[in-house]
Ligand binder design. Structure first.
Ligand SMILES: Cc1cc2nc3c(=O)[nH]c(=O)nc-3n(C[C@H](O)[C@H](O)[C@H](O)COP(=O)(O)OP(=O)(O)OC[C@H]3O[C@@H](n4cnc5c(N)ncnc54)[C@H](O)[C@@H]3O)c2cc1C
Length: 318
């Protein structure tokens, strides 16, 4: 990345969404730079499941392949964190990095992902992506028929326990800090044969580098080898909201509003992936990035043609 270089597009974030946007932009002959802070959400997991044709690939190999593909079309990629984006008043943005570098961009695609805030339970973070899991679509097949524990979620209650019962008949729901489940969930939990354990969870029991149990605050231990724990998913959308992007309320907190192409309410700014959609899996994030890339290329093309038309009209005739 050259300081003060001006790009057609700067893509902030080089995960599935960002690399996919960059691929279509590079193939559209757009001068494109990806700035990536290098903390993809699924980094703790050894395998990436459910991406058609790449099921089971390691997340690191997936991103390495994506980087090779964008490089083949001349797209630049630099390690760094974008800390600020400032409209420069000339159909463009100044993009500032934490290390002091800057770049100009006519359009922005923000694909900064989200942060998973884990339940505050001793030892849980160290097992994240291993035997403490959040997503049965990502990991359920690999742990099918084992003894599952599920920590009730402050917002969605027993929902995750109900879903994971598709992968095992042995599911225990720990209410932890959730006082009581809503009536409709109680009936479904009973119908699914899910055992409910009341009381706070104090920690995990780890033996030989494997989860073997859940330790309760009252001293009980419940044997479990797999634990599902929903997180508080916090979109990394600070760059977007600082630009004034409109948000909408959702039960899980405000989310930046985008149209079907990923266009935000800020002219010239698109977004994709977990930054604007908490449920996006890798394949969805890549798809959203692709749609944004196509839309940005069209937007640039039409802007240039409109400018050419306007300047031709302003030339005096005769
Ligand atoms: C443990 C775990 C396992 C998972 N397993 C699967 C699975 O098997 N299959 C599946 O489909 N999904 C899985 N997921 C979900 C998957 O991680 C997401 O769907 C996917 O990462 C979303 O892609 P993204 O491009 O939106 O964000 P990310 O992949 O998180 O990429 C965002 C990138 O932007 C960078 N970034 C953030 N802020 C800035 C900034 N200011 N400047 C520059 N760069 C920035 C980050 O460092 C990161 O590299 C899993 C999630 C977790 C937590």
């Amino acid at each position: 990345m050259d300081t003060n270089e001006r790009y057609d597009v700067v893509v902030v974030g080089g995960g599935a969404a960002g690399l996919s946007a960059a691929l279509v932009l590079g193939r559209s002959r757009r001068r494109t730079l990806v700035v990536d802070a290098g903390e993809p959400r699924n980094a703790p997991a050894a395998h990436m499941q459910g991406y058609l044709s790449q099921d089971g690939m390691s997340p690191a190999d997936f991103l390495a392949a994506g980087r090779r593909e964008i490089a083949a079309y001349g797209v630049g990629l630099t390690a760094g964190e974008v800390t600020e984006v400032v409209p420069d008043g000339d159909d463009a943005f100044a993009v500032r990095l934490a290390d002091g570098r800057t770049a100009g961009a006519r359009r922005l695609v923000v694909t900064t992902g989200l942060v998973d805030e884990l339940p505050d339970i001793a030892g849980l973070r160290a097992r994240w992506g291993r035997d403490v899991l959040h997503c049965p679509y990502c990991h359920g097949w690999e742990v099918r028929d084992r003894d599952f524990g599920v920590i009730a979620h402050p917002v969605t209650g027993a929902h995750q326990a109900l879903i994971v019962s598709q992968w095992s008949a042995d599911v225990t729901l720990f209410l932890h800090t959730t006082a009581a489940l809503p009536e409709d969930q109680r009936a479904r939990v009973a119908a699914a044969g899910i055992e409910v354990v009341t009381g706070e969870v104090a920690g995990l029991v780890i033996e030989d580098d494997r989860l073997t149990g859940v330790r309760m605050a009252d001293g009980r231990t419940v044997a479990r080898s797999v634990l599902f724990a929903g997180t508080r998913m916090v979109p990394r959308d600070g760059l977007l909201t600082a630009l004034g992007a409109a948000t909408r309320p959702t039960p899980l907190g405000p989310l930046v509003t985008v149209d079907e192409t990923g266009r935000t309410s800020v002219p010239g700014v698109w977004a994709a992936g977990n930054a604007i959609g908490l449920a996006e899996q890798v394949v969805n994030a890549a798809s959203g990035g692709y749609r944004a890339g196509v839309a940005v290329n069209t937007d640039l093309l039409l802007a240039d043609l409109d400018r050419a038309v306007a300047s031709a009209e302003s030339v005096p005739i005769g």
